[in-house]
Design a protein around this ligand. Structure first.
Ligand code: FAD
Length: 384
């Protein structure tokens, strides 16, 4: 693996850095307090090609490799994890999954709009009663006499939920217990019977549109089924394996933001007549953050390299996600310590980094679940 970025990769990273400085950083505090990112950001992300990375150009994508995707995701995560999550879900979990598993008709229907930021996608797997145990989900899709499916159930914590135009929805299509009875559907979000409620009061990612979805007799044509009936759980797991790289890259961004803020503040703040940067214990906090940034970034880039070379990447993705998410929590917390009491108020950036980082060890598989995935790969024994 070559660790030196190509000219194209560096250019896209720079584009993302400039975009964050211009379109995100000036609004971060306001969006966090208002509990909503300005939705116009979606079209701006689309216009720069950030919602089409790795998607073939014939479907409106902007091409590029997975390392470029990681670089953009890291920069967005450095700016605001609420914005980064829009891309990780609409592109990473939805558009990329349609590109891999969708029919030609489904690709033509959804990819040009999703990649342009004209439409938003959300990923509906988690339910109130099934989070880590997603294979036991209970939302049901029953085929009626005319060939349509009628879907009933509810989904919880769905990122982009209230903004979405299409839901990549996982529902049980037969009574086989566990994951074998699950199928994937591309449900238009305006389908009659589908209601969305905003989840308020989140600790972090406050600007992000997180929703509960309730489906009551939602009727969809058979053409909304994505992939073979009964393959839905495999589709969900393949989406999440790649998604974990994107979360990890976002975590690198959080940790890098923590490092930047801590170094800057340590150089400005004086106590006992000297810059706090001159104290060894403050330097320890900063160097711990720096080691976490570097290690998390390398693990994340390794996943991108494996994907681009067509190698198995799922265990490496769990490793990167596990380490980077825990590292982001540590890094943000260390940065807050450097800021002292000022870190505790939201005029300074590090408090938000702590709040935003905290969910990274929970979603797309908790840290415990990543350990079980890694343990299963190493021992050949499933402890689920
Ligand atoms: P539980 O599964 O109930 O876990 C509770 C605790 O038990 C955890 O510590 C867990 O690690 C532990 N645990 C569970 N099973 C085991 C086991 N076998 N061994 C050891 N420990 C175990 N979901 C979506 O489908 N789409 C989204 O877009 C989405 N976005 C989200 C956004 C936010 C802000 C949040 C908070 C969640 C989001 N989620 C989404 C849901 C997320 O993926 C789940 O919250 C996560 O999978 C954990 O499920 P749970 O919350 O039900 O926790």
């Amino acid at each position: 693996m070559n660790l030196e970025l190509s000219e194209e990769q560096d250019a896209v990273r720079q584009l993302a850095e400039d975009f964050v400085a211009r379109e995100i950083t000036p609004h971060v505090v306001e969006w966090d307090r208002a509990e909503s990112v300005d939705k116009s950001i979606v079209k701006k992300l689309g216009a720069l090609g950030f919602l089409g990375l790795t998607i073939p150009e014939e479907y409106g994508g902007s091409g590029g490799d997975h390392l470029a995707y990681c670089l953009v995701t890291e920069e967005l995560g450095r700016g605001d994890s609420s914005v980064r999550g829009i891309v990780s879900v609409s592109l990473g979990l939805v558009a990329k999954t349609i590109a891999s598993w969708g029919s030609e008709e489904q690709k033509r229907q959804w990819l040009p709009e999703l990649t342009a930021g004209e439409a938003v996608g959300c990923f509906g797997l988690t339910e109130p009663g099934t989070g880590s145990d997603a294979g036991n989900l209970t939302t049901r899709a029953v085929r009626d006499g005319g060939g349509d499916y009628v879907i009933n159930g509810s989904k919880m914590f769905i990122t982009n939920g209230t903004w979405a135009d299409v839901v990549l929805l996982f529902a049980r299509t037969n009574d086989t217990p566990g994951h074998r009875g699950i199928s994937a559907f591309l449900v238009p979000a305006d389908a009659p019977g589908l209601t969305r409620r905003t989840v308020h009061g989140k600790l972090g990612l406050r600007g992000q549109a997180t929703a509960e979805l309730v489906l009551e007799d939602v009727r969809v044509p058979a053409s909304t089924l994505m992939g073979p009936e009964g393959k839905g759980f495999s589709i969900a797991m393949s989406a999440l394996a790649k998604g974990r790289m994107s979360v990890a890259a976002g975590c690198v961004g959080i940790a890098q933001a923590a490092l930047d803020a801590a170094v800057r503040y340590a150089g400005e703040r004086e106590q006992f007549g000297k810059s706090i940067a001159s104290y060894q214990l403050v330097q320890e906090l900063i160097s711990d953050i720096s080691v976490d940034v570097d290690a998390a970034r390398m693990l994340t880039w390794r996943v991108a390299d494996l994907i681009d070379r067509g190698q198995d990447f799922a265990t490496a993705a769990s490793t990167a996600k596990l380490f980077a998410s825990e590292a982001a929590v540590r890094a943000a917390n260390n940065a807050l310590q450097v800021f002292g009491g000022y870190g505790y108020i939201d005029e300074y950036p590090v408090g938000k980094l702590v709040r935003d980082a905290r969910v990274m060890t929970l979603y797309e598989g908790t840290s415990q679940i990543q350990k079980l995935i890694i343990g299963r790969a190493l021992t050949g024994v499933s402890a689920f």
